[in-house]
Design a protein around this ligand. Structure first.
Ligand code: GAL
Length: 305
């Protein structure tokens, strides 16, 4: 794999896992992400070595069945206007495994496909990592707007949903219910009026870190990092991460392999017709003695080669 170049699966097809996420389970790494072709929303690939990725299918599409968990949630994954069926937008899908319910739970950003005004979170789940997902609908957590998002399980075992709210001005932190199917508590509002997007969280040495981007649509900008003693604790100031365009990318997630951490970002096409497709930029995160994370450019990331 070469950074910023199309990356192929085991059948020689381009991997569509934009704005994605990786989950280790049962000896495989599952790579989830956006695939907006045809009637699809979320694709999944899996790999035993993180070099060869087998396409496993689409876990969310216009015809994923609905299963109600809350009557407040909107069940629609498509809608009709002038007799034409239209897709919604599902962005930044993240999948967690819930030990208690033994289910894989997906959280993502939902929009109606026409604009970004509904600003909702959406939820789906399955007892398999790569098939049989049922959709549980979209909603505004605590009535709030919710756009770019991520999830994070901390070392205490609590799981959080973090998303951009108030027209992207603030990041909200919500703790999930035990079954991960809903938000339980609106814990914090952080980086108010800093317009942070594309949050990606990880823990190292007892600290919680977040990488995020500024809000410039599909165009890359200066990434920033920050850290806290706990997700629910006190967050530091924002500091530069990567170069002025984060090496031409926007953060999707951080993948942890033992004591090694990898930044995975999207280099969005940005322009028509495939503005929502991206190539991937994967760089190892290193740390200064003071615990400040940094990345340096490399053409061929070791994680994928
Ligand atoms: C970006 C965001 C993407 C997508 C895009 C739409 O800022 O991170 O996920 O929503 O805006 O313009």
């Amino acid at each position: 794999m070469r950074n910023g170049q199309p990356y192929l699966d085991t059948e020689g097809r381009v991997i569509h896992a934009h704005g994605g996420w990786m989950l280790d389970h049962g000896g495989y790494t599952y790579w989830y992400g956006e695939d907006r072709r045809d009637n699809h929303y979320v694709a999944v690939y899996r790999s035993a070595d993180r070099k060869n990725w087998e396409f496993r299918g689409h876990i969310l599409s216009t015809d994923t069945p609905y299963e109600e968990t809350s009557g407040r949630f909107d069940p629609r994954l498509s809608w009709e206007r002038d007799g034409v069926r239209r897709k919604v937008n599902i962005e930044r899908p993240k999948v967690l495994y819930n030990e208690k319910t033994k289910r894989f739970v997906l959280w993502a950003h939902y929009e109606n496909g026409e604009n970004y005004r509904e600003a909702r979170a959406c939820v789906a789940s399955s007892d398999q990592p790569d098939r049989d997902f049922v959709y549980h609908g979209s909603f505004n957590p605590f009535g709030e707007m919710s756009r770019d998002c991520t999830v994070h399980t901390d070392s205490a075992g609590d799981t959080y949903f973090v998303s951009a709210s108030r027209d992207n001005a603030d990041l909200h932190v919500y703790r999930l219910t035990e079954d991960y199917l809903n938000v339980d508590e609106w814990v914090k509002s952080i980086y108010n009026h800093e317009f942070r997007e594309a949050p990606a969280l990880f823990e190292r040495g007892g600290r919680t870190y977040m990488i995020s981007s500024y809000c410039t649509g599909w165009a890359p900008n200066q990434g920033k990092w920050c850290s806290a003693d706990a997700v629910t604790g006190r967050w530091s100031l924002l500091r530069d991460f990567g170069d002025k365009t984060t090496f031409g990318s926007q953060s999707a997630f951080v993948y942890r392999d033992g004591e090694r951490y990898w930044y995975v970002g999207d280099r969005w096409m940005g322009g028509e017709p495939k503005y929502f497709e991206s190539t991937y930029v994967v760089l190892e995160i290193r740390f200064t003695e003071d615990g400040a994370p940094y990345i340096e450019w490399t053409d061929e990331p070791e994680m994928f080669n």
